[in-house]
Structures are given as structure tokens and as C-alpha cells.
Design a protein around this ligand. Sequence first.
Ligand code: GTP
Length: 401
Amino acid sequence: MSVTKGVILVGGPSKGTRMRPLTLDCPKPLLPIAGKAMVWHPLAALAQVPGLTEVLLVGFYEDSVMAPFVREAQREFPNIKISYLPEYRSLGTAGGLYHFRDSILRAPVPQHIFICNIDIATSFPFAELLEVHNKHRGVGTIMGVPVKKEVATRYGSIVHDPETAQVLHYVEKPQGWISNTANGGVYLFDKALFDEIKDAMDEKTARAAEDPLVVLDENLQLEQDVIERLAAAKKLYVYESKDFWRQIKTAASAVTANSLYLQRFEKTHPDLLTKGPNITAPVYVHPTATIDPSAKVGPNVAIGPHVFLGEGARVVNAIILDNSTIDKHAVVVNAIVGSNSTLGQWARVDGEPEPETEVKGKISVSVLASDVQVLPETHVRSCIVLPNKSLSKNAANQVLL
Ligand code: GTP
């Protein structure tokens, strides 16, 4: 069996700004979705791939930010080697890969490398990608996902031959519509990818020599600088996924991703889900959380460490982060409650489910940052609440600073 490795592009502190206020005190890759850090989901899927020896997380967070997760993950997945490679600054989605090429290609030398973005919720169909990849002689296979025509230009657009799966044309966020198949942010490449990145880097160097506006640095984008070239050279193929796929860019999309991953756990990790007379599946409850037997929880709820849910409390379609208290008869629907926050008795924090296409200026899901107090009987609807706020008045459709 050929050696395979995985790379997860975890980004860095200047990324994930649309996840604020959640990312103010928790880096995006470590935000709990369905009770597990966002980065855990691709990692757990990679750990299942036969012949996969190693997963490298590449990003521009400080080493110390990712180290505790890497240590814990290494204990959970002892069959693979897990490491974090910190870029000295943001090098782009291909610059980091190139900077760390020696580490990625170190023995056992991989024949194939899976690469995936952190900010997506999907089933990570690596086995299917490999099957398609083994049928052609391209350098890479990209996971394509169907998107609606109205939003297609927000993604990388793939035009391909439906017979051969060969990618004929790729444009990152095109000006006008060209295809309903979007780049799903999951790839499989042969190790020849690094020759292609080198060519792209050389081309950039040549451009910089001629054009003073091109900055000569190590920054390179996988999508624009490498994939567009591979498509033009007919060296790229597509695997069209029919499974669930969503981007996790905003706090509201974290609630959608939470539901999708919890539903997936019913098949893949039923042991992680909690059952009970007042629980409507799927629900994840951390073992250290305390839930009053009369509280009603679910569906699509993840409850973090040391959370307390009082008598008659109700939680639906929500993420409750660590150390929070939902007091007697308080209600949380379509919302995220940040760490160390409290809802007093009969308080209510709710919102609308995330719409399929975001409406600018309209808040759907309610998000409480950390250390927020919602006083008894207060109703907060479709609001974003910044840390350390104490709310005693009802509020709707506002950002509360
Ligand atoms: P936006 O819609 O503008 O957010 O763009 P996008 O969806 O194309 O996402 P983007 O290119 O910013 O990020 C794609 C993936 O690459 C995400 O998982 C990011 O965390 C990751 N990423 C982005 N920039 C870098 C970088 O400089 N280094 C590393 N290692 N990862 C990065």
C-alpha cells in the first residue's frame, strides 16, 4: 500500500474574523463543533485512511496555541504521527506547503497527500477521492460540491468534462457565473504537486523582476497560483461529492456545522452522543456537564465541559460552551452561548436558523461571547453580544458592545 499523508490548513489569528466574538478567546481551529475542536473533524477522518502515516497541521498561530490540541490528538490517534508546523507569518494556502515541503516529504515519502481547509463541514470522503485519483494520471483530484447559481461566484468555480472528470477550467471567485460546481476545499495530490508549486513560485519571481508592484515573498495561494495553472495544463480531475458540505465562516454557520456533524455522528460515532428520556437526538453532552433530569435538550445541541442546565431549561439547535449556566426554565434556541456565560431563570436567548444565503446586516443566530450575563426573564433575540456584558433589558437584532 502506498504511503499517504494529510495536511490541514488551519490559518492563523488574522483569519476567522467573521467568527468574532467567538474567536476573541478561542482560535478558530479549536472552536468546539459537535463537542470537538473544528480541526478534529478532518483529522479524525484522515486517521481512518488506510496507509496514512502522518497529519501535519500548517498555520500561522504560535506553536503554543496548537500544542495542547496536538498532544491530546496524538493520544487519541496513536496510529498516525500528528504535528503542527507554524509559518513565521501568513504564507498563503500554498506558501506554507512549499515552505514545509521537506517536512511533508520526509520518509516515509508519501505518494499521495490529502490537503484540506479547516473552515468546512463535510464528510471528508477521502476514500472516494483516492478511487477517482487512481483512475486518471493527473497531479491532483479536487472535491467539487454543487452550489446554487446565485452564489456560485463566491467560491472557486470548476468547469469539467462530465465523462472524464477532467477539470477544463478553474477560476477562484470568478467575476461572473461559470459553473455550479465549487471547490469544496478538500484535495488529493501526488507528490509532484511540489514541482508545480515550485513552477508557480518561479513564475512569481519572474513577474516580480518585471513588475515592481509584485512583491517578491514566499506567499502563494493554492487556488489562484497553483490550481488555476493545473487546470489549464489539464492535470487536475474532480470528484463530485453528493454528501453534505458547508463553509464555516461565521458564528451562525458554526451552528449549522454543529447540526451536520451531530447528525453524522449518529452513523460514525454513536458512542459520542447522549441519549435519555428528555433528550431529542442528536445531542452531545460533555461528561463533566450537569443536566437536570427535567431539562429538555435537542435536537442538534452540543454542551461543553462543566456546563450546568437547571430544572425545566430548554436547549434546541445550539452550542453551549464550557462553564456556562442555563438556569431554571431558561431557553436557548438557534444560538451559541460562550464560555462562562449565564442565563438567569426564565431568560431566553434565541434566533433564526442560519439562512442558506446570508442577508447583509441581518443577524440570524444569536451569539453570546464569553462572560455574558443574561439576567432573569430577559429576552435576547438575534443579537451578537460581546464579552463581559450584563443584559437586563430585552434586545433584538443588535450587536451589543
Ligand atoms: P474567504 O472567503 O475570503 O474566507 O476565502 P476562502 O474561503 O478562499 O478561504 P481562505 O483562502 O482564506 O482559506 C482557505 C483555508 O486555508 C482555510 O482553512 C484557512 O484557514 C487556510 N489558510 C488561509 N490562509 C492561510 C495561510 O496563510 N496559511 C495557512 N497555513 N493556512 C491558510
